[in-house]
Design a protein around this ligand. Structure first.
Ligand SMILES: [Zn+2]
Ligand SMILES: [Zn+2]
Length: 143
């Protein structure tokens, strides 16, 4: 495992402990699969990957665990509706481009998008927890 992943695993274990969540072998495997994937996988994709090494794991466990990670700020769901929820373990500032043909979700980073202003009319009504810029289109491979 690369050094950067070791640091992330330490951070992960600390975050779980603080939240009173037991650091189990399964939870570690789910988190590691998520952060190593560049595909913004759905719960089903994470499940299929992990099942190769942990045959007893269930899709339901993976689903619930990913949602828990979401609540703890260890992952978030990528926007876009009408299909399975996709998860992202990359917590650095970044934005997404999604190809409507092959459904790839690609990370990009444009510094000016990190701190976009919330229109006052929106801020008055809603509590904003996360801001993001999201592009949809056709990727280089599908074009
Ligand atoms: Zn594409
Ligand atoms: Zn991402």
């Amino acid at each position: 495992m690369a050094q950067i992943d070791n640091d992330k695993m330490v951070m992960f274990e600390e975050r779980c402990r603080k939240a009173g969540l037991k650091v189990t072998h399964q939870r570690k495997a789910i988190y590691q699969t998520l952060i190593e994937s560049k595909l913004h996988p759905s719960a089903d994709q994470v499940y299929r990957q992990i099942k190769r090494s942990i045959s007893t794991i269930s899709l339901d466990t993976v689903n619930r665990t990913l949602q828990k990670f979401n609540e703890l700020g260890l992952a978030f769901t990528v926007e876009g509706s009408g299909e399975a929820r996709r998860y992202d373990g990359n917590m650095h500032d970044h934005q997404h481009f999604k190809c409507i043909k092959c459904r790839r979700i690609i990370d990009f980073h444009h510094g000016e998008f990190d701190d976009i202003d919330i229109p006052p009319a929106i801020a008055k009504i809603y509590k904003i927890l996360r801001k993001t810029v999201y592009f949809e289109g056709i990727c280089d491979k599908c074009k």
